[in-house]
Write a protein that binds this ligand. Structure first.
Ligand SMILES: Cc1cc2ncn([C@H]3O[C@H](COP(=O)(O)O)[C@@H](O)[C@H]3O)c2cc1C
Ligand SMILES: O=C(O)c1cccnc1
Length: 346
């Protein structure tokens, strides 16, 4: 597996940035969360005048063997059908990305379908879906590290094209199940607090999902619970790729826009591998998937938005992006008390 060299952000810049923010023509703290974002982006870029270039969202798609156990109300075919929807520009993520000037890349991380070559589809297929982790591992060690490496390589290329702010999305029927188990093991929380309704399970469906995931965890009770082993055993190709992509983005000092429940689960693994990745993460929103609030709490993360969204695909990141721009713009463009000749006395 690729190793990553992630530097913590330069906290020396923080004092100078805080001074700059505090002397803008506004009451102290009056731009709230935008001030925190401006501070973070300035620290990531190690400058008092940060800039956002070529924003991108990468949507990783992969199928899950566990889907055949009835853990999602939707059939596995929806994964490949949604990939076509992404390529045709008709999905939620296409709409919000278009609106906000964000480029989208779609990646076949391991969909159970053979796509013909398409100029907008990155072929990084590791397999035709993972195996069911009910009675075995979702991925082999080699598959899991290949997925991490491919995610990293994709980000390296996007960064080389001039992008310095990146979000990650996912598509994979059944992947809220992977995310729930990853959360339970890495946050050390009971499975019941981590499992949600995903795409909309009813009470009976939720019971079934809980029974299946409980059985899977029981089967793997003796697993040596390192972040990598948890990912390999219960993850998905798209989740492993997002994990590698996040670690590489942090190594390259990019601003990372974290989306919802599944991408935050990928981040839990990434942070388990190197906690410095968290310095580069802006938490775009709190998803309505039950479990996301607790996940964010565990990460001491303050989500920018809480809109009752629970879609994935990177939609939360795309919707939050204009606010990141607002934060950077006020830092760069707003007058200071001194430059505007405004009296700085309460
Ligand atoms: C039409 C459709 C579009 C989606 N876009 C994202 N997801 C989301 O739902 C899936 C996870 O939920 P579960 O674990 O319940 O299957 C993922 O593919 C996720 O990205 C979608 C789901 C559907 C049905
Ligand atoms: O929060 C998410 O990312 C999410 C929630 C439900 C279904 N798909 C994605």
């Amino acid at each position: 597996m690729n190793t990553f060299d992630i530097q913590p952000v330069n906290s020396n810049t923080a004092a100078a940035l805080t001074h700059k923010i505090n002397y803008k023509t506004k009451p102290l703290g009056a731009l709230g969360v935008l001030e925190k974002i401006a501070l973070q982006v300035g620290c990531i870029q190690d400058t008092l005048a940060p800039a956002l270039h070529h924003p991108a969202i990468v949507v990783f798609a992969g199928d899950h063997g566990i889907a055949k156990e009835g853990v999602s109300p939707y059939p596995q075919e929806v994964t490949y059908q949604m990939v076509y929807n992404f390529l045709q520009g008709g999905a939620g993520i296409n709409v919000f990305s278009r609106q906000n000037g964000i480029a989208i890349k779609v990646v076949d991380a391991g969909v159970n379908f053979n796509f013909e070559a398409h100029p907008d589809l990155i072929n990084a297929k590791v397999g035709h879906g993972t195996k069911s982790y009910l009675t075995g591992d979702a991925m082999s060690e080699a598959e899991c590290s290949t997925a991490i490496d491919k995610g990293a390589a994709i980000v390296k290329e996007i960064c080389a094209e001039g992008c310095n702010v990146i979000g990650f999305g996912e598509m994979g029927i059944g992947n809220t199940s992977s995310a729930a188990i990853i959360m339970s093991l890495l946050c050390e929380l009971p499975l019941e607090q981590c499992i949600g309704r995903g795409t909309g399970l009813n009470d009976e469906g939720l019971k079934k999902k809980t029974a299946v995931l409980t059985a899977a965890m029981d089967y793997h009770a003796n697993l040596d619970k390192t972040p990598f082993n948890i990912l390999k055993t219960f993850g998905g190709f798209e989740i492993a790729m997002i994990c590698g992509a996040m670690l590489k983005a942090a190594e390259l000092k990019m601003v990372i826009l974290v989306d919802g429940f599944i991408t935050t689960a990928a981040l839990l693994v990434a942070a388990g591998i190197d906690t410095n990745v968290l310095d580069y993460c802006i938490f775009s929103h709190q998803s309505d998937e039950q479990g996301h609030a607790l996940m964010l709490k565990k990460l001491k993360a303050e989500p920018v938005l809480h809109l009752g969204m629970r879609l994935g695909e990177g939609t939360g990141a795309a919707v939050a992006y204009p606010l990141i721009k607002s934060a950077v713009n006020f830092l760069n463009e707003m007058a200071s008390f001194e430059s505007a000749g405004v009296s700085n006395k309460a």
